[in-house]
Design a protein around this ligand. Structure first.
Ligand SMILES: NC(=O)C1=CN([C@@H]2O[C@H](COP(=O)(O)OP(=O)(O)OC[C@H]3O[C@@H](n4cnc5c(N)ncnc54)[C@H](O)[C@@H]3O)[C@@H](O)[C@H]2O)C=CC1
Ligand SMILES: O=C(O)[C@@H]1CCC=N1
Length: 277
């Protein structure tokens, strides 16, 4: 049984733990380090996993350490885990946005197998999307182990070029928020025309779900699905022409660009905080 220790028990850790347990992982194989007492208590109660206030205690004897803290917290783990990572050689799996493999190697040791991945919050309901990349120390069986953890909560894709992980973060890591924002805007527009809020929300959310399922399940390209909704000179055509006139493609490209740049900045901010050799 692979022993898995989460360092950080926040939103993403909860999503991943929930998914793993649903797909048959034993609660006894999972430990979680989380500084907040309330969060520890909730993790123990809801998932039946062992929780620890100290990272070292959770990490002891783990085969895999899943680093699920904010990027800014990552360097602080270094001192706490250094001794243990010399004695044991677990695989590290980081889900922190922006944080690069070379930074993780510098902080935790270049002797370690390390996987950098980017999941998203729909992992909580088994509908996550994760991009992964690995350093050269990760063996094929370890790659399979890392993938198995993320497969438990949705779709996975290996990304050969780590430089593209910030693009993955911009696309699918942050992506759920874009669809939520679009649904909010559509709902507000319909409410402004007089539709009751509850009705507008239900119709918009179900439309998002239906479109998402068609994209995932039909095997058809989004353009083809779009064309089938769009009757010549009909209502959809009027709306899509309005989107195009307002620059939808440019809006999306700018947003993906902004998120990608922010990922690189998060990493650069961590580099800037380190003392120069
Ligand atoms: N929220 C999202 O949609 C996604 C987040 N991520 C990444 O996942 C990571 C975690 O994000 P969330 O779960 O959203 O944040 P969160 O704030 O919900 O969870 C982080 C947890 O780490 C704990 N923590 C703080 N300092 C710690 C320390 N020194 N040792 C151990 N635990 C400590 C906090 O108490 C908190 O419970 C981030 O690096 C983020 O970039 C990745 C994909 C999607
Ligand atoms: O907003 C963020 O920085 C994190 C990474 C992807 C989703 N949430």
């Amino acid at each position: 049984m692979t022993r898995l220790a989460f360092i950080g028990g926040g939103n993403m850790a909860r999503s991943l733990i929930g998914g793993l347990l649903k797909t048959g992982a034993a609660a006894s194989s999972i430990r979680v380090a989380e500084p907040q007492a309330q969060a520890r208590e909730a993790l123990g109660r809801e998932f039946g996993v062992a929780t620890f206030a100290e990272n070292r205690l959770a990490a002891e004897d783990a085969d895999i350490l899943l680093l699920a803290v904010k990027p800014q917290v990552m360097p602080a783990l270094k001192a706490e885990l250094r001794d243990l990572l010399q004695r044991q050689r677990p695989m590290l799996v980081s889900i922190a946005a922006g944080v690069r493999l070379d930074q993780l190697e510098r902080w935790f040791g270049s002797h370690l197998p390390i996987v950098r991945c980017m999941p998203n919050t729909p992992a909580l309901i088994g509908a996550g999307a994760t991009g992964l990349c690995a350093n050269a120390r990760v063996s094929p069986p370890q790659k399979a182990q890392a993938q198995h953890i993320l497969d438990a909560v949705g779709l996975t894709r290996w990304i050969g070029d780590e430089a593209l992980m910030d693009t993955v973060t911009a696309l699918s890591g942050s992506g759920p928020a874009y669809f939520f924002a679009l649904v909010e805007a559509l709902e507000d527009a319909a409410v402004a025309q007089g539709l009751p809020r509850e009705t507008a929300r239900a119709l918009a959310a179900q439309t998002c779900l239906g479109a998402g399922r068609m994209l995932a399940e039909s095997g058809e390209a989004p353009g083809e699905l779009r064309r089938r909704v769009t009757s010549p000179n009909g209502t959809t055509q009027a709306a899509l022409e309005s989107f195009a006139a307002d620059g939808l493609a440019r809006i999306a490209a700018n947003a993906i660009g902004a998120a990608t740049r922010r990922g690189a900045e998060l990493a650069a901010e961590l580099d800037a905080k380190e003392p120069r050799p």
